[in-house]
Design a protein around this ligand. Sequence first.
Ligand code: BGP
Length: 479
Amino acid sequence: MKQSKTFPKDFFWGGSIAAHQCEGAWQEGGKGPAIMDYATAGSYEIPREFTYELEEDKKYPSHDGIDFYHRYKEDIKMFAEMGFTALRISIDWSRIYPRGDEEQPNQEGLNYYSKVIDELIHYHIEPIITLYHFEMPVTLVREYDSWLNPQVIDFYLKYVKTVVSALKGKVKYWVTFNEMNHIDPQTEASDIFTYIIAGIKYSEIKGNKKEVLARIGYNMTLAGVKAAKLIREIDTHNKVGCVFGIHPIYPRDCHPANIMNAFKEMDRDFYQIDAMCNGEFPKYKIEENKDYGIDIEITLEDKKAFQEGKLDFIGMNYYQTGVAKVADESLEDQKLFGGVQNPYLQQSKWGWAIDPIGLRYLLNYTYRKYGLPIMITENGLGAVDELVDGKIHDDYRIDYLKQHLSEMKKAIVEDHVECIGYLMWGPIDLVSATTGEMKKRYGFIYVNKYDDGTGDLSRLPKDSFYWYQHVIETQGEEL
Ligand code: BGP
């Protein structure tokens, strides 16, 4: 069979954004408070805080975001101008069920997303909808114990049913969760990841921390497979994916013990993908949990759910690779994502290793493991942009994206990986998830908003805007 030498015709070209990082309007349209509405602005040096009450002297960037809530038409028009064929947005659960436990949904929230999606369809942009991108109603954490409580799975499924039914016929591609894999029982977690995923601070977990993480991980995985079945039942045309944030781990050197360390560190990120693709919760994880005195009961009903809820595609968020820790290394010098810096790679200003070949490696690794279509659901460079004479000359961003796209192309054309789309993260500048800053910019579109609260929110295409437009126009022939 003749192989296509370039990207498939129906390849999705576009970007990804998330509600809590762009919408703002946190008290409009009947929205309830969500976990990220209590996350303060931080920076590379100063971690975000997660406060119980809102504190007057602190900034909470999700409250205003970049005002996508009111400006979505203008923003989508600009995405269309670049030629986007897909946009991944998330639905904020707290706009649909403000507390999470109501009988009836908030119709205003449903209407809002329906309008946004109509706008995308108007420009022939395929909506790819994430149902959970760190946007849990805070009540479900404070009154129900978050994902530790199986009742929350039922609330989630009810929310999923409401949204998928309301948008039936308009949306085909659904993502059940974003990056739940950052909670792993075997890893010393940081507050940021347990908080953004489950609204719980790691440092405040009482008792057996491993057990708490294992139970959250299990319940979210179970919710994911149950949701997959439900979404396909509502419309058999629906395609269900789950998005994982994976950074491949390289060994420190060729010492066999370091090879093993690297394997173990990387493998931890895959148990949920195994569970969602292989039709059963992995036995190795059940046994590993037992080694730590954690006995999670997998009922017959759960087993059935794993069999029936397999994914149709895998979403991959890729930013960087890491180097495995050696066993005796102290945790103190570990960066946000662990490991040491790779001497062969440059780092972004936020210390993330820039590794285009890592993307090709990850695509190959994942495709050979599961044989499912893969969508790159996030990839991009967080950088400081400077306005010079009213323009942003972001060659560094173009260079980053060009190199990553070129490696992705090799994975598709030379390695025959079925990669169905490339969604660049943050096609418009938005609030950083890990630091809460505006300064860490990803966009093709500059947003006039600054961390001190100033800025008129106006939008401006950067040089990369025109570069990506050309990439899409030439179907990736000219990068
Ligand atoms: C991913 C998240 C996104 C996004 C991205 C970049 O993990 O899914 O929400 O924010 O990382 O991270 P940051 O915004 O911290 O630079």
